[in-house]
Each structure stands twice: as C-alpha cells, then as structure tokens.
Design a protein around this ligand. Structure first.
Ligand code: MLT
Ligand code: MN
Ligand code: ZN
Length: 300
C-alpha cells in the first residue's frame, strides 16, 4: 500500500494568506528549516497499478492532483488519476475542493459518513450543486462498526469516530460519524489516518499500535497556541476538537509510546513544530515522531 501526503497543513495552509504570526512570517520569508504547505489531503492506493483514492478534497486540490501521476493513455483526452474521493468530515478545508472536481466525465465516487453527506446536501449543498455537473455516486461510511467496512480497489476501508465537533456552518448537532479516522487495510498491512483527534482512548491506542504507520492530528502544539500568537478571539485547541501535542496528557508522549511509525499531518500554520530548528521540533525528533510534508510517500 502507498500513501502520498498531498497537503500536510490544516485549514488555511502554511503560510495562511492573512496570518502574520511568527511561524507564518518565517515560512513566508523562506527562513531556513521551513517549507510551505498545502491544505489537508492525501492519496492512497493498493499498488502502483491501482488508481489513487483521494482522501479529502482540499481547496488546493488542483495543484495536489498534479502531484499524482499525471500521465494518461496516449489516446485519452480526459483522464483522472483518482478512482474516488473519501471525506473524513464535512469541514471546509476537506471539502472545498469537491467543487473543483466538477469537470469529471463520470460521477465522482464518494465515500463519506451520513452526517458529512447530510451537511453537504443541506447546509452547504455542494453535492447537490455537483449534480448539475458530474454527479455523485455516494457510498456510505458507517463509523465504529467493522462489519460495515467498504472496499475500494483492493483496499478495505474502516472508519471510527474521532471528533464530535460539527463544522461551524452546520445547523444540526455533531455526533458519531461527524469526524472520522480511517484504517486502510490490505491483506498484510494497515495504515491509519486520523486528521482530527479529539481525545485519546485505549481503543484508539490499540488501533494505532496494530497499524504499520499512523498519520495523525498534528494541528496544535499547545492548547492556548492561538492566544499565545495574539490571534483575535482565539479558541483553544480543545475547543476546536484537536488534542494538543505537548504536555503530559498531550498526544506526542502517548504516540511515542506506540511501537508504530508516526507521521504528523493537518498541522496548523501557528504550530511551532513547522520550524525545523525550533525546540518543539527537536523534542518531536527525540520522541521519534516525524512531521509530514507535502509530497511525502509512506509505504506499508
Ligand atoms: C478543524 O480541523 O477543526 C476545522 O477544519 C476547523 C475549521 O476550519 O473551522
Ligand atoms: Mn481542519
Ligand atoms: Zn500563522
């Protein structure tokens, strides 16, 4: 199985267009040990002969699809590198790119939970809009029930609830299936992707430990990170449904205890781990945790 990280930043990317925090300024000015990053997305496939499954359709999807094999059969005027799209939630950073896929010549195969599908049919009706272009072939993901695993091009897809915090535009409450993590399985391997991690649990730790690689929520270093940068009306990491990395209850020490390769994704522009020479990044390296980057490949 192959995974390619197409965007390693959280919503807004890094740098974020209107942000002048110390991390965004460093990235924007090309300080040593920094990299620009696109918004949260990856692609997965069973073998190098299978089509990619796009996991989350970010606002940067056009440039991100160019990071996948752009070659087409000689006689093809239209050709797509992806065989489907999977959404882990209905947040804007994970779904705005859906509209940009409207030129598809076939209905888009879409994997999403019922709450995410409902949000995208009602409060933000992008799926209804797409009916006027390519159309959607929706396959429901049922979270927290392994008997409902679906299969796509040689990969079994299993989802589990990792966040109950509904998108801000959504008019109905969040709950199970609002934000999910995914375990992708082939006969011999498992890769788990979890861009939103609200809280740690024994079940989650067991799932991570049983995976060859875990790509996990690296959104915030500290709970009060936005306030520390002086952001207006800052919300805490916890209020935004993301467990911070730092601290004795943070995710970093817990992830380090797993005997599994850990790669951080969905990293917010404010997060000091984006500075390769900073103390937070050095700490992660000591813990054996990798910071994902755009274009990074992971194999299992
Ligand atoms: C999140 O990851 O929590 C959301 O994307 C936040 C947001 O963009 O509102
Ligand atoms: Mn997000
Ligand atoms: Zn910033």
């Amino acid at each position: 199985m192959q995974v390619r990280i197409l965007g390693s930043a959280a919503g807004g990317g890094s740098p974020q267009w209107n942000c002048h925090c110390s991390v965004c300024v460093a990235v924007r000015t090309g300080a040593p040990g920094t990299l620009p990053r696109m918004q949260s997305s990856l692609a997965v496939r069973a073998t190098d002969r299978s089509p990619w499954l796009l996991v989350n359709a970010s606002p940067d999807v056009h440039r991100q699809l160019e990071l996948l094999d752009p070659t087409a059969p000689a006689d093809a005027i239209r050709h797509t590198p992806i065989g489907g799209v999977l959404l882990t939630d209905a947040e804007i950073d994970h779904c705005a790119g859906l509209l940009l896929l409207r030129e598809s010549t076939a209905p888009l195969t879409l994997y999403a939970t019922e709450p995410a599908h409902r949000a995208l049919q009602t409060d933000w009706p992008v799926l209804r809009m797409l009916d006027a272009w390519c159309g959607i072939d929706w396959h429901e993901l049922v979270a927290d029930d392994p008997s409902h695993a679906v299969s796509h091009d040689g990969i079994a897809i299993e989802t589990f609830t990792t966040g109950h915090d509904a998108p801000r535009y959504q008019s109905f409450p969040g709950g199970p299936g609002t934000s999910v993590g995914v375990t992708f399985r082939t006969a011999d391997h498992a890769i788990t992707y979890c861009p939103t991690l609200e809280r740690w649990s024994d079940a989650l730790a067991a799932r991570f430990a049983a995976s060859d690689v875990v790509l996990v929520d690296g959104t915030f270093w500290s709970d009060d990170e936005l306030a520390r940068h002086g952001a207006p009306e800052p919300r805490t990491a916890t209020q935004m449904g993301h467990l911070p990395l730092d601290g004795s209850d943070g995710s970093a020490v817990r992830l380090a205890q797993l005997d599994t390769r850990v790669v951080l994704v969905h990293i917010n522009n404010s997060n000091p781990i984006l500075l390769e020479h900073g103390p937070e990044r050095v700490r992660l390296t000591e813990l054996g945790i990798t910071v994902g980057y755009d274009g990074m490949e992971v194999h299992a």
